[in-house]
Design a protein around this ligand. Sequence first.
Ligand code: NAD
Length: 339
Amino acid sequence: MKNILVTGCAGFIGSNFIPYFLDKYPEYNLINLDLLTYAGDLKNLKEVEDHPRYKFIKGDICNRELVEFIFSEYDIQGVIHFAAESHVDNSIKNPGIFVQTNVNGTFTLIDVAYKKWMRSPFVHNEKYKASRFHHISTDEVYGTLGDTGLFSEETPYAPNSPYSASKASSDMIVRSYRHTYGMNTVITNCSNNYGPKQHNEKLIPTIIKKALANEPIPIYGDGKNIRDWLYVLDHCKGIDLVYHTGKAGEVYNIGGRNERDNLYIVNKICEILDVKVPAKKSYKDLITFVEDRAGHDRRYAIDATKIETELGWRADENFESGIVKTVEWYLLKFQAHTK
Ligand code: NAD
């Protein structure tokens, strides 16, 4: 059996990752360290709460004493690090907590891992020779694109928001532990995820929630901002592949080649809702343009050639198939609330 520390898994992506990973790897125990900020919800993990190979610990990744205790108590042999402050709008209002969690938290985790797994730079303790630190990051570290071009692993970092700057900084810390100490690290930079269990504050749940409540559906600016949307389970499969077969020290971009602008997304969701829960008028009538987000990046798009060709990853869903599943999941969630 191998004990893996997973952080931040009461949030969106981690809570999709845990059931998938537990099911696929009967030889792993997963220890989930999560502070349960406003973004974490144990309801997301209901299906695994009594699982014999799953353990939840409420706590802060910045708490060094706690992290050291977990490493020794559970003899941690691998880390998959999801925990972060993740909402760009919040980072504009309150950047300090983003630096604290995303930068200091990542530093604390990797530094404790280094001291547990290695004796000195480039010298592993025998038992932890294969121990890997997988840092989950975002394509937002690369900044924004014009009408053409894609982010590759070679694209220079140019983060524009306090969120992306804090994630870029955490990537640099992980990189430095590879180059200075020879740690076995991998970093994945993924595009925008969507799917079940995402916090209501994010774009797609907001659209569905507002539509069902017959309230204005807010869309920033002219609605032409483009993101490269990836169904969350495809991201989880990419993480699995990189954690197990990625080359130590490497960075892999993950993205589904599904560029869509916000207007397309809101219209698509309204069309699905018009069929599934018809109202007197189309939900499209609720679309309302609001003042743009400060410093709003125009376009992100990922070149996923490296993970596709070197590791054989492919997204199973395209946006049109994934969004139907997603809307169905939120319909159950929001309609259960109103009953
Ligand atoms: P989320 O906001 O839904 O969840 C974050 C989780 O981290 C929550 O459960 C929260 O309680 C926990 N957390 C926050 N601060 C903590 C702390 N100090 N100690 C312990 N736990 C803490 O985020 P998400 O969307 O699931 O994103 C997970 C990771 O993936 C993040 O690192 C994010 O940067 C990255 N990412 C997200 C996306 C996306 O589209 N959601 C895309 C690319 C990369």
